[in-house]
Design a protein around this ligand. Sequence first.
Ligand SMILES: Cc1cc2nc3c(=O)[nH]c(=O)nc-3n(C[C@H](O)[C@H](O)[C@H](O)COP(=O)(O)OP(=O)(O)OC[C@H]3O[C@@H](n4cnc5c(N)ncnc54)[C@H](O)[C@@H]3O)c2cc1C
Length: 385
Amino acid sequence: MIFQDPGFTMPELAPELQTLRAEVRAFLKKELAQGSFVPVCNSWMEGFSPEFSRKLAARGWVGMTWPKRYGGQERSFFENFVVNEELLAAGAPVGAHWVGVRQTGPLLLRFGSDRLKDEFLPRLASAEIFFAIGMSEPDAGSDLGQVRTQARRTDGGWVINGRKIWSSGAHRCDHMVVFCRTGDAGGDRRAGFSQIIVDLKSKGVTIRPIIMMNGAHHFNETIFDDVFVPEYRLVGEPGNGWTQVLSELGYERSGPERFLSIFPLLVELVRLAARDPDARKVIALGQLGARLWTLRRMSVAVATLLAAGQSPEVDASLVKDLGTRFERETIEIIRALAPAEWSAGAPSEYEVLMAKALLSAPTFTLRGGTNEILRNIIARSLGLR
Ligand SMILES: Cc1cc2nc3c(=O)[nH]c(=O)nc-3n(C[C@H](O)[C@H](O)[C@H](O)COP(=O)(O)OP(=O)(O)OC[C@H]3O[C@@H](n4cnc5c(N)ncnc54)[C@H](O)[C@@H]3O)c2cc1C
């Protein structure tokens, strides 16, 4: 684990990245002034705007680390980090492209055939198409070894049957990467799984809404009933799904979205403290700022490992566990410091942000692997399990 290495010093982001940061800030300022979005917490999940994603893509800020031949810009992980943290801090609607670019793009780059890369990566980078993730099932969330969705070989491809749940944005996305069983487990419960790209408009796919407690239609249940998928849409080697999914987790768990989901609320606390600077608010801001800075440096450290082609599952788990706990605690601290009548229709921006953040907060420590599971991973790496 990188954080246990005594010789390790956390990298700082290079000063020249400030130029890029200024560019992103200027873009966001202009967009805000034009009213193209209203800042929200959790904008990488709840802000779904294909139009906004395409504006970012036109500037080369979607899939920016990917090779140019696949629509990328061949820019560094750190440039990508800077763009992402600015977008999240502004509460900009980046949910349409976020998951596909964070996970599906790297998955295809590492394991996909040339045909899959040519077909999907340029359209992901131009925000023309969007991807959903189909891992969880009613009896298989934390333990993906229980996945029952099955793909059976047929002439020229696969026939998929099964049911996925909690599929974020499936009703608005074009494709889903479905984690399913393609072979026998034998004695190894992790064996026999594959990842297959399914066109969500295919015959036999049914997408049913699951409404969240904040009233949003974000989740879905996705049912596959004899869905035919051409052979080449299987990503990597048949049976290699488990290894491939694990490689996605470093990207999924360590990015700035794991501690910046509540940043717009933190900005509101700064405003409140400026208007009414009592000691409790100022102390809280100092403490939250220090934690945020530490998390940011840890996240950058994991980005250096990802950039070097490593799969830092444990380090990423640590960032996500600490980051999502920070997010939930931040909401509670601010709520206690500045009580108000929370409601989505309240007159003040602060009250609306808080109302929405309160209703989204329970998801922070569940999505992408629960904190109990992350701590199991960390404990195992320390030899405690
Ligand atoms: C906002 C959000 C978006 C999501 N988007 C997607 C998506 O797009 N695609 C997708 O496939 N999934 C998605 N999910 C599902 C998510 O990955 C699962 O909710 C998560 O992995 C937990 O699985 P589960 O809900 O089945 O809970 P369970 O696995 O049933 O766990 C229930 C409780 O038991 C605890 N627990 C389980 N096993 C252990 C253990 N071994 N040790 C200790 N405690 C344990 C858990 O920590 C949890 O508290 C999303 C979830 C959320 C909240």
